[in-house]
Design a protein around this ligand. Structure first.
Ligand code: PLP
Length: 325
């Protein structure tokens, strides 16, 4: 759709799509090329017109910079790359508001305003991948609202049906739609199951319940702040070097030494050990390298959040013991 848009705007040279390291956008050739995992890229031939800039992970890459300084520096990588490639060759930038599968990477507050400035000054489409952040997860209906960005396209899935039916889609701004439809011809796309009535019925029912139960408000003003308060307390644990989170998303970094950020093992895979202890304690928590990440139910009660923190603490104690910390 992005290509078609630029062709119709008589700018056929605009082909390159910029994405970020540790991004996750899916596993088809196109989506996995946009994703930023080199271990995945090693397994197939990536699309030649996708390039990556670094993700805004302050804890891992911030060095001596404050979070705010690092956020600006990370955003300016985008500016530098666009200017090196030539604005006339860059079609779009795709990003998750908060990178999920890459480790719940919450960008510094300075990051998105600077990215927005850079994109506004240049003629480049912005795609917000809302597959994780969409539908109340960050305390607004969409993650882009939490960060004040203005996407031209938005991808969504998962929570739109509460996961009960498979449904994903792309929301298209008037700016893009008006160009695509202006050609008079048909936009050639579609799948056998596009707009499948059962999946769409599940989505409509889910959205009704979200509205009825004021789910956005619940995450913004009730369970989200409670989860963040309790999650941040895990930062006091001897092997937790850093915690971060927004709304109903959280992550923590496992370390041997909080001051030097030395990891628990040179292979940087301690999350796998911690995950096994979590499961033993009746808690399903995902591991990404040395990070533990959560994206729990929006309907969680405070008591359930307490139980989760209790079980996570127990698993962290066992992990510390395992590594003799
Ligand atoms: C941000 C993001 N985008 C895209 C996808 C891919 O979605 P699907 O697995 O439905 O293709 C995922 C899946 O986890 C995701 O987290």
């Amino acid at each position: 759709m992005i290509r078609r848009y630029w062709d119709l705007k008589n700018q056929p040279k605009k082909r390159i799509i910029l994405a970020r390291t540790n991004a996750y956008h899916g596993s088809t050739i196109a989506a996995a090329s946009l994703g930023g995992f080199s271990s995945v890229h090693d397994q197939f031939e990536t699309l030649p017109y996708v390039q990556h800039i670094a993700d805004p992970n302050w804890y891992n890459s911030g060095g001596d910079m404050t979070a705010e300084e690092f956020g600006i520096a990370a955003a300016r990588e985008l500016e530098k790359r666009i200017d090196e490639l030539g604005e006339e060759n860059v079609a779009a930038f795709i990003a998750e508001p908060i990178q999920g599968a890459g480790g719940v990477i919450v960008p510094p507050d300075s990051y998105w305003p600077e990215v927005s400035r850079i994109l506004k000054e240049r003629d480049i489409l912005f795609v917000s991948d809302e597959v994780i952040c969409g539908f109340a997860r960050t305390g607004k209906l969409f993650g882009c609202e939490t960060y004040g960005t203005e996407p031209d396209l938005m991808t969504f899935a998962k929570a739109v049906t509460n996961g009960f039916q498979p449904l994903g889609g792309v929301m298209v701004s008037d700016k893009v739609a008006s160009v695509i439809t202006s050609s008079g011809g048909e936009f050639g796309h579609g799948f056998t199951y596009s707009g499948h009535p059962i999946a769409c019925a599940a989505a409509l029912a889910t959205l009704d319940i979200m509205e009825r139960d004021n789910m956005v408000d619940r995450v913004a003003n009730n369970v989200g702040p409670y989860l963040q308060k309790r999650w941040a307390e895990l930062g006091d644990h001897p092997i937790v070097g850093h915690t971060r989170g927004v709304g109903m998303l959280g992550s923590l970094e496992l370390v041997r030494n909080k001051d030097t950020k030395e990891r628990l093992e040179p292979e940087q895979n301690s999350g796998g050990i911690c995950r096994e202890f979590c499961i033993d304690n009746g808690l399903v928590m995902r591991a990404v390298g040395d990070s533990m990440i959560i994206s729990p139910q929006l309907i969680m009660s405070h008591e359930e959040i307490d139980t989760m923190i209790e079980r996570a603490t127990k698993a962290l104690d066992q992990t510390a013991q395992h590594y003799a910390v």
